[in-house]
Design a binder for this molecule. Structure first.
Ligand code: ADP
Length: 171
C-alpha cells in the first residue's frame, strides 16, 4: 500500500528517508527550499554538492534531473536535489517539471527509500502557477508510484494557498 499525504509546514522539519530539494543548477544553494535545507542541514550538504560539481556535474545539474547527497543534520537519510524549470509563458516546459518528480522517485527507489517528502517544485522563485504545479505533481507521483519502492509520499506545502491547491489536485 502506498499513500500520498499533505502537510502544511517546513520541509526541513520532516522525518523521512529522502527530502527533495527544489535546487538550482549550480547545486551551490539559493533561496526558498534550497536555502532552508542548507541552513538547517549544515555544511555537510554543501560540501557534497561541491564534490559533485568537481566531478560528474562540473556543468551543474540539468533541469529535470535528480542527484542525491547526505541530509546532514536533517532527520532524513538523503537529500535528493532536483532542478525545476523556470515557468515560461511562451514555451511548454511541463515535461521538465514532470521529470523532476519522476526522476526523484526513481532515484529514491535506487537508494532504497520508502518515505519521501516533496516541496511544490518550481512554484516559488521559478514562477510556476500553483494550481498547475500541484496537478502535475500529484498526477506524476500517482502514475509513477507503482514502479517505485516508496510507501509514503508527503507533499510539504509552505502556506495555505499551496496546501489547498494540492488538496484540490488530490480530489
Ligand atoms: P523554485 O525555485 O523551484 O520555485 P522555491 O524554493 O523558490 O523553488 O519554492 C518552491 C515552493 O516551496 C514554493 O511554493 C515555496 O513557497 C515553498 N517553500 C519555500 N520554503 C519552503 C520550506 N522551508 N518548506 C517547504 N516549502 C517551502
Amino acid at each position: 500500500m502506498t499513500s500520498i499525504e499533505l502537510v502544511q509546514g517546513d520541509i526541513t522539519t520532516q522525518s523521512v528517508d529522502a527530502i527533495v530539494n527544489a535546487a538550482n543548477s549550480t547545486l551551490l544553494g539559493g533561496g526558498g527550499v534550497d536555502g532552508a535545507i542548507h541552513r538547517r542541514g549544515g555544511p555537510a550538504i554543501l560540501a557534497e554538492c561541491k564534490q559533485l560539481r568537481a566531478g560528474a556535474y562540473a556543468r551543474g545539474l540539468p533541469v529535470g534531473e535528480a542527484v542525491a547527497t547526505t541530509a546532514g543534520d536533517l532527520d532524513a537519510r538523503w537529500i535528493i536535489h532536483t532542478v525545476g524549470p523556470v515557468y515560461s509563458h511562451n514555451e511548454d516546459r511541463s515535461a521538465l517539471l514532470v521529470s523532476c518528480y519522476r526522476e526523484s522517485l526513481r532515484l529514491a527507489t535506487e537508494l532504497g527509500a520508502t518515505t519521501i517528502a516533496f516541496p511544490a517544485i518550481s512554484t516559488g522563485v521559478y514562477g510556476w502557477p500553483m494550481a498547475d504545479g500541484a496537478r502535475r505533481a500529484v498526477d506524476t507521483v500517482r502514475s509513477t508510484l507503482p514502479e517505485t519502492s516508496i510507501a509514503e509520499v508527503r507533499f510539504v506545502l509552505f502556506d495555505q494557498r499551496a496546501y489547498r491547491a494540492f488538496e484540490t489536485a488530490l480530489e
